[in-house]
Design a protein around this ligand. Structure first.
Ligand code: UD1
Length: 425
């Protein structure tokens, strides 16, 4: 298995290209299953999760063609998705690799009236049930039974519109219900919907495909079902979590970087939180300029649905806080058990204590390089960030987690001056 080696102590300077968002690409790929016509997605990142989703969609009978794109470049790949659905089962072997596989459920039900999807089960960052997806689809007329680890769903007479109030603004449940509602009979109102920019991207693409949706960007989506959707071309929005990650890289290593394609309005609370910590982020044309001012200061943050501080940037920000002056309290409100990076950061010399869903981080003068590994995507990248500030060499093992969600992270960081390389395992 590949490893990443980082030797710390070099400030960053230069440009980093921000790729298309993984978490926008995955639901948009399943949106391609809503029609026989071709959906063309541009600016799709080259990631293991995208390959997994391609495999899943292909085995449903829908063709996925991939074109172009240089690794880490600004010419992301183009995916062309379309065709008849010949198989309605999403098997355990693929679903277990990636929770977002559950996003085929809504499109399958809406398009062909049946689906059999393996339950995703628990994962490293918590139990993550799918009850809200299932309840919403049931309200739209789906008959759902759980059997042998699978969700068996049927809508023999098709789905119908409904008023659905989510008790929690789940990103995945919003996406599944939204996609299903585009082809349902009548009007669906989805209240307390998630407002993440990836959902805005999905809404924009569905509208381009002929869906009738109002309320984009708000927590109340109104969808008038249509008989069919048509072909469209859509460019995937820039990845706000990759953007936040490289902003944290500049924060911890020092220096200044320009994040090409990054969008300030999609960063939510990341901007004010980093500003309080001593890092300035400003929009500069098509790029974001990120600059560490003087020292870093401890700041409290708690994860919340968008536009609050994202759970997907909590580990990266914790690495920054590990070397800030003073203490900070980071509270994780979205997932239980999302502090797996803490013991690894501690091995690098960080002073962090976890109390329930909060971590108290007392900044230290310096971290020291160590052998570390992580059990999820964002935790892995937080260890690379810590390595940028550590004295000596850090080896990050189990890089396959990283490859699920970051394209060429080592090349992008090396290009702005970091001493980092990938070693084939
Ligand atoms: C998405 C993102 C993930 C991010 C998360 C929160 C994708 C592919 N993944 O995941 O990177 O960390 O949003 O921003 O976009 N929940 C339930 N029942 C449900 C659904 C969710 O209890 O039916 C709970 C989950 O266990 C979790 C919380 O709600 O505690 C958030 O989940 P959700 O917003 O659905 O996240 P995902 O869509 O899985």
């Amino acid at each position: 298995m590949d490893k990443i080696l980082v030797r710390g102590g070099r400030p960053l300077s230069g440009d980093i290209v921000i790729g298309g968002a993984k978490n926008a690409s995955l639901p948009l790929m399943t949106a391609g299953m809503l029609t026989d016509a071709r959906l063309t997605l541009t600016n799709v990142p080259r990631l293991a999760d995208i390959a997994t989703m391609s495999a899943l969609i292909s085995q449903h009978g829908v063709a996925v063609e991939v074109r172009g794109g240089t690794v880490g470049g600004n010419d992301g790949r183009t995916l062309s998705i379309g065709g008849a659905i010949s198989n309605t089962e999403a098997p355990y072997d693929i679903v277990r690799k990636m929770r977002a596989s559950i996003l085929v459920l809504g499109p399958l039900l809406a398009r062909v009236g049946e689906a059999r999807v393996s339950l995703p089960g628990g994962c490293a960052i918590g139990t993550r049930p799918i009850d809200l997806h299932l309840k919403g689809l049931e309200q739209m007329g789906a008959e759902i039974a759980l059997d042998g680890g699978y969700v068996n769903a049927k809508a023999p007479r098709g789905l119908h519109g409904a008023t659905i109030v989510l008790p929690f603004a789940s990103v995945g449940a919003t996406e599944n219900i939204l996609m299903a509602a585009t082809l349902a009979d009548g009007q669906t109102v989805l209240a307390n919907a998630a407002r993440e920019p990836e959902i805005g991207d999905l809404v924009a693409c569905l509208i381009a495909m002929g869906a009738r949706i109002e309320g984009a960007g708000t927590d109340r989506l109104t969808i008038e079902g249509v008989k069919r959707l048509h072909a469209a071309t859509h460019e995937i929005v820039a990845d706000r979590i990759e953007t936040a990650t490289f902003a944290c890289a500049a924060a911890i290593a020092g220096g200044s970087v320009r994040l090409l394609g990054g969008r300030l309005e999609h960063l939510g609370a990341v901007v004010s939180t980093l500003a309080q910590a001593g890092v300035e982020i400003t929009q500069d044309g098509d790029a974001l300029a990120v600059r560490r001012l003087n020292g870093l200061h401890g700041v409290d943050a708690m994860t919340e649905p968008y536009p609050g501080f994202p759970t997907d940037a909590q580990a990266q920000f914790m690495a920054v806080m590990a070397v800030a002056e003073g203490a900070s309290m980071l509270t994780e409100n979205i997932f239980e058990n999302r502090f797996m990076h803490v013991p690894e950061l501690t091995r690098m010399g960080a002073n962090i204590n976890v109390h329930g869903s909060s971590a108290i981080v007392r900044g230290v003068l310096r971290l020291s390089g160590a052998q570390v590994m992580a059990t999820d995507l964002r935790a892995s990248v937080s260890l690379i960030l810590a390595g940028l500030a550590a004295q000596g060499e850090t080896t990050v093992n189990r890089v396959y987690h990283l490859d699920r969600g970051y394209e060429a992270v080592e090349r992008k960081l090396a290009a702005v001056g970091a001493d980092i390389e990938r070693v084939a395992g």
